[in-house]
Design a protein around this ligand. Structure first.
Ligand code: ADP
Ligand code: MG
Length: 316
């Protein structure tokens, strides 16, 4: 099977909402009137972002999910995707499974694949996602204000727990917890409905891909403010509740969560709770924005907790 057969069989799909999809030199899209186009790209490299033995279906899901998560953090609605693949060989079974994972998530969110690039090389996957939001509206990192609450969606720490267990850094023997962690690592659910619902309610947002304190840190840097974060308020899996101290670094600084961290004025508390309930997503108020710079993690007594690392840095 050559490159063009592989694309034709597994990645050429109708894309009725694009002006022109896969097959020409470029795709053409037309955003809805009165909307801004949001664009983001993410790359996944074997051995760096995923283990070599991960199921190709999970990889297809995650390759798209991490991009959708970026648009969720903007409050934007995803519409079109471009997919770049470097593959060691034209493996049909692999492509079929990868495409199944990719398109299941794409279909669930009304995203159409409109193009890409396919080349031979060490397994590397990259998606460029295009989405839209009403003109001038977005959850920007630079928009946090002193006095805002800090919130986070879902549960933290599971993705990092799965990675650390796999690397032999942890020795967890709760099979149910490990299964939940593995699922969260392989099939993260981008918080698109929540992001869109937060557009009129929140000031700033980011998705938690590198670790809560690191990603909140980007909001604080861009907004030139500080925040305190309450270690005891970080939401986690019930099995971790009793072992909070032991897993604090997974919760506060573990990567691969793909939850949303956001700031919003206290007047929006009940509207945020209601919006989250509508989305079927848990949200937790974990701190507040203050004058100054940087994030401080506090224990129940108000003392500052120091972690070795606040998040993942590819060149750190
Ligand atoms: P070009 O040589 O102009 O770069 P290609 O031969 O790479 O074009 O691609 C042919 C068509 O197939 C283009 O429309 C491109 O967007 C699409 N395509 C290539 N790889 C993929 C992929 N992995 N997923 C979806 N579409 C793809
Ligand atoms: Mg090409």
């Amino acid at each position: 099977m050559n490159e063009f057969e592989l694309i034709g069989r597994y990645f050429k799909r109708p894309s009725p909402s694009a002006v022109l999809g896969v097959g020409d030199d470029a795709a053409i899209v037309r955003p809805a009137p009165g909307h801004d186009l949001h664009m983001s790209v993410d790359m996944l490299v074997e051995g760096r972002h995923f283990f070599a033995d991960v199921a190709p279906r999970a990889l297809g899901h995650k390759t798209l999910a991490v991009n959708l998560s970026d648009l969720a953090a903007m409050g934007a609605r995803p519409r079109w995707a471009l997919l770049s693949l470097a593959l060691p060989r034209a493996d049909e079974a692999w492509a079929a499974e990868f495409a199944a994972g990719f398109f299941a998530l794409a279909d669930a969110h009304g995203v159409e694949l409109i193009g890409g690039d396919t080349t031979c090389g060490p397994l590397t996957l990259s998606v460029t996602i295009l989405g839209e939001a009403p003109a001038g509206r977005a959850l920007r990192r630079a928009a946090a204000q002193i006095g805002d609450d800090v919130w986070v969606s879902g549960e933290l720490g599971l993705g990092a727990l799965a990675v650390r267990q796999r690397l032999g850094w942890l020795n967890v023997n709760d099979a149910e917890l490990l299964a939940a962690a593995q699922h969260k690592l392989e099939y993260p659910e981008p918080r698109l409905a929540l992001g869109a619902a937060l557009l009129p309610l929140a000031h700033a947002a980011a998705d938690v891909s590198d670790g809560l304190l690191a990603d909140l840190g980007h909001i604080l840097d861009e907004s030139a403010v500080a925040a305190e974060v309450w270690a005891d308020a970080l939401p986690s899996h019930p099995a971790l509740e009793a072992r909070r101290a032991e897993f604090l670094s997974c919760l506060a600084a573990g990567g691969d969560d793909y939850e949303l961290v956001f700031t919003a004025p206290p007047a929006q508390r009940s509207a945020i709770e209601a919006a989250a309930a509508d989305c079927g997503c848990r949200v937790a108020r974990i701190g507040r924005v203050l004058a100054g710079r940087g994030a401080r993690l506090l224990d129940a007594a108000g003392g500052q907790v120091k972690l070795d690392k606040e998040g993942y840095d590819h060149f750190g």
